[in-house]
Design a protein. Structure first.
Length: 226
């Protein structure tokens, strides 16, 4: 059964953010599974299958975003400027775009094989990036509670604490990412020139999921602080 835009917003102005975030979560998790496949030594064909699934999920995120964007009108009461909600929707959408770009990077080189020296750090990095995104996911799911309290009291304090924790988790991702970057040059003699170029791009792109998660959290902080 279809749900109208009015019904979505009437529950809470944050229901659209939650609806979009649920699909983004599928996109991020599917791209993270590709890291596991890479570490396990999956072939390019398997990685391409997963990359196609990530791309389809990202397209579904775009459809949700566009439907919500087109459905927002001046007849619907929002406690924020319409552009505020749209900016958060766009920032969330960028996470799915990044997951798709990362998935595509893993399929560019047909014979891409992860060096054993990368595996422990990459597994740790994947876990920290996913944890960072999950913190954002939990924040968005808590927004209804804050809305019901008129953005006052312990509910909002709790969300601010979660956003602070999100920033800490993103910083931890940066630390592991720098270790991975150093590892590339530590073993550069074992790598082809194309791999020396490609691996940092792969690490950076996956790390951008955490960076963008922190960005969305900060936008939410500004939105509910006004």
């Amino acid at each position: 059964m279809s749900v109208s835009i009015f019904e979505i917003f009437s529950r809470s102005p944050f229901s659209p953010l939650k609806k979009q975030m649920e699909k983004i979560r599928e996109c991020v998790f599917k791209s993270a599974e590709m890291v596991d496949l890479l570490i396990a030594g999956a072939d390019n064909r398997k990685l391409e299958e997963y990359a196609d699934e990530v791309s389809k999920l990202e397209h579904e995120v775009d459809i949700i975003k566009n439907n919500l964007r087109n459905g927002i009108s001046t007849t619907i009461f929002l406690p924020f400027n319409k552009q505020t909600i749209l900016s958060v929707l766009a920032s969330q959408d960028a996470i799915a775009d990044t997951a798709e770009d990362f998935a595509a990077l893993l399929t560019l080189k047909k014979d891409l094989v992860i060096p054993d020296e990368f595996k422990p750090l990459l597994a740790e990095f994947k876990g920290r990036v996913v944890e960072t995104f999950e913190e954002l996911f939990n924040i968005v799911n808590e927004m209804d509670v804050a809305f019901e309290s008129a953005f006052g009291g312990p509910e909002v304090k709790h969300i601010f604490e979660m956003i602070d924790r999100l920033g800490e988790k993103e910083h931890e991702c940066d630390i592991v990412q720098r270790k991975l970057a150093k590892k590339v040059f530590e073993i550069e003699d074992k790598l082809k020139c194309s791999e020396i170029f490609l691996w940092p791009k792969i690490f950076n792109k996956f790390g951008d999921i955490a960076n963008l998660s922190e960005k969305v959290g900060n936008r939410i902080r500004m939105m509910i602080s006004k």
